[in-house]
Design a protein around this ligand. Structure first.
Ligand code: SF4
Ligand code: SF4
Length: 67
C-alpha cells in the first residue's frame, strides 16, 4: 500500500500541512507550479512511502488515501 493525494481536495498549504511535517520517511514535498490553480502542489515520493497510514489520519482535508 502507498499513499496517494487526491489533488482536487488538497489545499496545497505546505506551511501548515501536518502530513508534510509528520511523515516518518519525509515523503512529502511541495512543488511550485503556476499551472496549478493554487500555485503549487504537494507530492508524495512513492519510492520512500512505507504505507504506514499516518498521513491519512493527519491530513486536515481528507485528501490522502492508501491504495
Ligand atoms: S493537510 Fe492534506 S489537504 Fe492540507 S495541504 Fe496537507 S495534504 Fe493537502
Ligand atoms: S503512508 Fe506513511 S510513509 Fe507513506 S507518505 Fe504517508 S506518512 Fe509517509
Amino acid at each position: 500500500m502507498k499513499a496517494y493525494i487526491i489533488r482536487e481536495k488538497c489545499l496545497s498549504e505546505s506551511n501548515i500541512c501536518p502530513p508534510m511535517k509528520n511523515c516518518p520517511n519525509k515523503c512529502f514535498s511541495y512543488i511550485e507550479d503556476e499551472e496549478e490553480p493554487l500555485g503549487g502542489r504537494i507530492e508524495i515520493d512513492f519510492e520512500k512511502c512505507v504505507g504506514c497510514g499516518k498521513c491519512v489520519t493527519d491530513c486536515c482535508g481528507d485528501c490522502i488515501e492508501l491504495r
